[in-house]
Design a protein around this ligand. Structure first.
Ligand code: C2E
Ligand code: MG
Ligand code: MG
Ligand code: MG
Length: 286
């Protein structure tokens, strides 16, 4: 298996910390059964369109309340699952849950695209055939989903991944680059990127109000992305001053706890033809 030094799993094995090792073994060992028995669930975090003020897309995020370990964050178990060669189990499971939820929403007249996070090793499998098969199985079309991948995944196998992304987009699926700006990418790779959206990483937003250079980077990234034909989402927006600044900078969509935390599918309610959150978005009450 490919080893990446930013993985906590690898670091733990090297440090020889037995308690960390044990925890990680336990996580990996219990994951397949936990998925089978639906101990995990999916929450959906809305993205706010700055053009319409409405929620037009949600992102699916996986959650796990482990019977012994308590809440285990995806930031911990996703890299472990990838290391252990199990990520396809997670991806299949999430895709099934998302498409089942989509069937329910569609039956209620709700039309919203759901973004699913993919991991690098998903692209080592036949991700195109798998997704196309699942859409057929649930009688849905490509406009039901979007896919989020990080820069690292693209760079690992640029031409192979781009080809698969292009095929997915031909099915009407949208593609976004997640955590944009934190990978080891060069500007050159952006030129021919077959994507619809880039998501500027929260790290830039955290410094936005205090750091002029972070401001410049975000503004320049938004302008460049627009010139290249990409929509821009900014993640991790937590307060209305960040929101106002990002709106002036021309960002298209915002995601973060200011607009809405991730919620269970049933907590997203529809009124007329627009999705509204059962909790009032903070941005509008401020
Ligand atoms: P991501 O895709 O970049 O997701 C954004 C993360 O930021 C989520 O953490 C979300 O809950 C959190 N977040 C959103 N708004 C705010 C905010 O305003 N403030 C702060 N502090 N955090 C915010 P989460 O759900 O813990 O997921 C962490 C990462 O785990 C995700 O990062 C993604 O890379 C991965 N992940 C989550 N679900 C899945 C999945 O189903 N499949 C795969 N392959 N990866 C997943
Ligand atoms: Mg994401
Ligand atoms: Mg992200
Ligand atoms: Mg991120």
């Amino acid at each position: 298996k490919k080893a990446r030094d930013d993985r906590r799993g690898i670091a733990a094995y090297e440090s020889g910390d037995d308690s960390v090792h044990l925890r990680e073994m336990q996580i990996i060992h219990s994951l397949p059964k936990a998925l089978q028995h639906n101990q995990l669930y999916v929450v959906y975090q809305p993205k706010e369109s700055l053009h319409t003020g409405k929620c037009e897309q949600v992102e699916a995020l996986i959650r796990w309340e482990h019977p012994q370990l308590g809440v285990v964050s995806p930031a911990e178990f996703i890299p472990l699952a990838e290391c252990a060669g199990m990520i396809h189990l997670v991806t299949h499971w999430v895709m099934d849950k998302v498409l089942q939820q989509q069937q329910q929403w569609r039956a209620q007249g709700v039309n919203i695209r759901v973004a699913v996070n993919l991991a690098g090793s998903d692209f080592e499998q036949d991700v195109v055939a798998c997704i196309s098969h699942k859409l057929q199985q649930y009688q849905l079309t490509g406009d039901a989903i979007a896919l989020e991948i990080t820069e690292g995944v693209l760079i690992a196998n640029m031409s192979g991944t781009c080809e698969k992304l292009q095929q997915l987009r031909q099915m009407g699926i949208e593609v976004a680059i997640d955590d944009f700006g934190t990978g080891h990418s060069s500007l050159a790779y952006l030129k021919d990127l077959p994507v619809d959206e880039i998501k500027i990483d929260k790290a830039f937003v955290d410094d936005l109000l205090v750091d002029r250079r972070a401001q410049r980077i975000v503004l320049t990234t938004i302008e460049m992305a627009h010139h290249l034909g990409f929509r821009v989402t900014v993640e991790g927006v937590e307060n209305s001053r960040q929101r106002e600044l990002l709106k002036r900078m021309g960002a298209d969509l915002l995601q973060g706890m200011l607009f809405s935390n991730p919620m269970r599918g049933a907590e997203l309610a529809y009124h007329g033809d627009t999705l509204q959150l059962n909790c009032m978005p903070l941005a509008q009450s401020l």
